[in-house]
Design a protein around this ligand. Structure first.
Ligand SMILES: Cc1cc2nc3c(=O)[nH]c(=O)nc-3n(C[C@H](O)[C@H](O)[C@H](O)COP(=O)(O)O)c2cc1C
Ligand code: SF4
Ligand code: SF4
Length: 262
């Protein structure tokens, strides 16, 4: 296998980027990180890591994935982060995690995409979602073109202030994640369709007496929240918030990393 593009995604932003880059790489395979964690594939010549920014750093699942990644020392590794406001130190943190494994992050990019985090107001209205995604499409095209040259040593960076902020905010966020799913509940619109159980990348949603129950080992990706067809999943007082998923990512795509997949 020449190229593997690994992805992690809650609302399909990072997945849409991964799909475009895999297409532009030609002979590339797309693999969800959640699935690869259970069964890590052998190295490829080129390895892409595409994932969202969480509290100015990488999601914990991505850090666990990097610790298990099969990569030959001369593999060309690149990363693309998606973010809604500021990527902070996400790329530098992943670069350090790779260095600990004796691996090099050759290049990294960031793509600004629609917000999906309910505690910060959640997704924007549909018009804004479209405008942000139109600008993102342009940026993805540029990254795909640059990637053809296999650049080395170029990393999209936030300013030093934002990267310093990630030293404080990221560890605090990581500490809060395991218990953060206590704010989830399903309201009376729930019809028991089980999509939230099938979409969760870490099997954290179980049906108990026909209703979803969150089991205390959440990654905070908010897939269950945004993809519920009834908009029945609530996170605290989120009833009036917009739901969002990227228009080029489908439920079938997202189910690839769910609990039923090897
Ligand atoms: C738990 C969580 C934390 C987030 N933290 C940040 C952040 O620090 N900076 C930022 O710009 N966006 C942040 N976001 C927004 C996402 O990074 C952004 O919407 C991303 O494109 C979502 O990608 P996905 O659809 O692939 O999950 C956060 C989202 C979540 C769910
Ligand atoms: S996806 Fe929504 S409607 Fe379906 S079981 Fe989950 S909460 Fe209920
Ligand atoms: S419970 Fe919901 S937010 Fe948590 S990891 Fe699963 S899908 Fe993501």
């Amino acid at each position: 296998m020449k190229t593997i593009v690994y992805w992690f995604s809650g609302t399909g932003n990072s997945l849409a980027v991964a799909k475009e880059l895999a297409k532009s790489c030609g002979d590339a395979k797309l693999i969800p990180m959640a699935k690869a964690l259970r069964n890590p594939p052998p190295s490829a010549e080129r390895i892409g890591l595409v994932f969202p920014v969480y509290s100015f750093g990488p999601p914990e699942l991505v850090a666990r994935f990097v610790a298990k990644l099969n990569a030959l020392p001369d593999a060309y590794i690149f990363a693309v982060v998606t973010y809604a406001g500021n990527q902070g130190g996400a790329l530098s943190i992943v670069r350090r995690l790779l260095q600990k494994r004796g691996l090099d992050l050759a290049a990294g990019w960031g793509v600004k995409m629609p917000e999906n985090y309910p505690p910060l107001g959640g997704a924007p209205a549909a018009e804004k979602q479209q405008a942000v995604n139109a600008a993102a499409d342009e940026q993805i095209g540029k990254i795909a073109a640059e990637l053809q040259q296999s650049p080395r040593g170029s990393y999209a960076q936030s300013s030093a202030v934002w990267r310093m902020l990630s030293w404080v905010a990221y560890p605090l966020f990581k500490k809060s994640v395991p218990r953060a799913d206590r704010f989830f509940h399903a309201d009376k619109k729930c019809n028991g369709c089980c999509i939230c159980t099938r979409i969760c990348p870490v099997n954290n949603v179980a049906m108990v007496d026909g209703r979803p129950s969150w089991m205390g080992h959440c990654e905070q990706c908010f897939a269950c929240f945004h993809w519920c067809p009834q908009q029945a999943v609530q996170y605290g007082r989120s009833a009036k918030q917009h739901r969002y998923h990227h228009p080029d990512s489908s439920l079938e795509d997202m189910f690839q990393c769910g609990p039923g997949q090897a």
